[in-house]
Ligand binder design. Structure first.
Ligand code: NAD
Length: 496
């Protein structure tokens, strides 16, 4: 959108170590979702800025890729220290531009910080293998080498964690990086890059461009870009994956989800209720691992419902940027708020039983939607398989665990699913039969820690190597095998 704006609020780009305000008249507004006030403007860049960022990253790669891994680790260790020192300010910045609560924002930074800690061990993580005497006088050595210029495109819902699934590992491996943060939350990305510079990262190793479709397409098709990491909705993930692959890039693309919480009659009621509340309404339901389908087996569904409504009514829903006691914040923007409210209205119109209406009793200012509960939805309803990405929990009544597993497995997605039970045998069977990459047993949000890959399946992920963990290191490196023959007269004496 073309706006007349206050220039001090324009978010800069980072190209070759320099912060630049691009010459554009096209901007997206960045809001504090709690107050609906504009706090910044994201410039929508074009081909020129993409070209400059790629050139800066390409130039920096020549030196950075040759730096010994232990020296790269030195910078990562300093970065970790600075992130810890700035933990509180970063968390408050996330709260301000994303709207999540302070506790949730701390979790966002903490998860990213853990990836940096993982990446500090890059020397150990990227070691190759040696097999001497693989044939007569021939030794075999494998080595992992960086790819070149890598690109990261991130969503709005985790302004720190998701970009940090990407750039710390890519850079630790010896690549240079261009981050295209969500245009809705550019400020955290800027601060993360400033701190990395302060830690001693050389110019051009991390660059930032802003924009949306055009910039993403320019990055995905650029001949000097080697790899693309994308996280966002499934529709765009699929497009980015197809486009990047068509242009010969290595691509990993995380998409959306619909995750079931299945409750067995033997589950511990109180801890299960707490886990359901966190999974369904944490981050106002804007999580790819949000539990959005609740399947209670037998009479447990009825037992849960009343207590759940009490807990939903008790949530302190307020301005997260000024009140540290807030337990639930707003959704990201006006259009999300309107889309979620419209979905609730459509579900009501389809005669799905509305138990608690989140359109009511929420702060008037800001983009709030309260916790919402539906009952008696069925797999035939569109709300069963559509990702709502808001605080809407839908209850289903499967006959038994077989039907619950069958329903979850019929979804196009495959991010997460959780079972609540006290039976090891039931949990084991569920873990083996469920078709998704991240499984919880009495854990509401089974999101893996930094040393494991974030393992979506089906339409929740396109690619082969996932983000984070050892798969992240494999994604950002390629393997070389060196076979060497050194003639040795001693071996010739042995007659081999
Ligand atoms: P989104 O798909 O709208 O945007 C993601 C990124 O793609 C942004 O940087 C955006 O600028 C860019 N983009 C938008 N439209 C584009 C287009 N037409 N072509 C190319 N790029 C485009 O997603 P969002 O609304 O920012 O984030 C929410 C979604 O992300 C949800 O579906 C959620 O489940 C998903 N998500 C997935 C994971 C995961 O690990 N699988 C993690 C977090 C979020």
């Amino acid at each position: 959108m073309s706006l007349s704006i206050e220039s001090s609020l324009v978010t800069p780009l980072l190209t070759g170590g320099k912060w630049i305000t691009p010459k554009t008249t096209d901007f997206e507004e960045v809001y504090n979702p709690s107050s609906a006030q504009i706090i910044a403007y994201t410039p929508i860049c074009g081909a020129k800025e993409v070209e400059e960022a790629v050139e800066a990253a390409r130039t920096a790669f020549k030196h950075w890729s040759q730096m010994p891994p232990s020296k790269r680790s030195d910078i990562l260790f300093r970065y970790r220290k600075l992130l810890k020192e700035n933990f509180d300010d970063l968390s408050r910045l996330i709260t301000r531009e994303n709207g999540k609560t302070l506790e949730e924002a701390k979790g966002d930074i903490q998860r990213g910080l853990e990836v940096v800690e993982f990446a500090c061990g890059i020397a150990e993580l990227s070691k190759g293998e040696t097999l001497p005497q693989i044939a007569r006088q021939i030794d075999s050595v494998t080595m992992r080498e960086p790819l070149g210029v890598c690109v990261g495109i991130s969503p709005f819902n985790f302004p720190a964690m998701v970009p940090m699934w990407m750039f710390p590992i890519a850079i630790a491996c010896g690549n240079t990086f261009i981050l295209k943060p969500s245009e809705k939350v550019p400020l955290t990305a800027i601060r993360l890059a400033e701190l990395f510079q302060e830690a001693g990262l050389p110019d051009g190793v991390l660059n930032i461009v802003h924009g949306s479709k055009n910039v993403v397409e320019a990055l995905c098709t650029h001949p000097d870009v080697s790899a693309i990491s994308f996280v966002g909705s499934s529709k765009i993930a699929k497009q980015v994956y197809a486009l990047g692959c068509r242009y010969g890039k290595r691509v990993q693309a995380g998409g959306g989800a619909k995750n079931a919480l299945i409750v067995m009659p033997d589950a511990d009621p109180e801890s299960t209720l707490r886990a359901i509340m966190g999974a369904a309404f944490g981050c106002a339901g804007q999580r790819c691992m949000a539990g959005s389908l609740l399947m209670g087996i037998d009479e447990i569904g009825d037992k849960l419902q009343d207590r759940l409504v009490d807990l939903m009514n008790d949530l302190n829903i307020t301005d997260t940027s000024s009140d540290d006691t807030a337990e639930m914040g707003p959704v990201i923007d006006k259009s999300s708020q309107m889309r979620i409210n419209k979905t609730i209205g459509n579900m009501v119109a389809q005669d799905i039983k509305l138990v608690r209406d989140g359109r009511e009793n929420v702060p008037e200012q800001g983009f709030f939607v309260g916790p919402t509960l539906f009952d008696q939805i069925t797999p035939k309803d569109s709300a069963f398989s559509n990702e709502i990405f808001g605080p809407v929990l839908s209850m289903l009544r499967p006959k038994n665990i077989d039907q619950a597993i069958e329903w979850q497995n019929s979804l196009p997605y495959g991010n997460g699913a959780t079972i609540f039970t006290n039976s090891g045998a039931t949990a084991r069977r569920f873990s083996r039969e469920i078709n998704c990459g991240m499984v919880g047993v009495n854990v509401g949000v089974p999101a893996p820690m930094a040393m494991y890959p974030f393992s979506g399946w089906n339409d929740s992920f396109y690619g082969d190597l996932h983000l984070q963990g050892a798969e992240g290191v494999m994604f950002y490196t390629r393997q070389k095998i060196v076979l060497s023959r050194w003639d040795d007269s001693y071996e010739r004496h042995l007659g081999w």
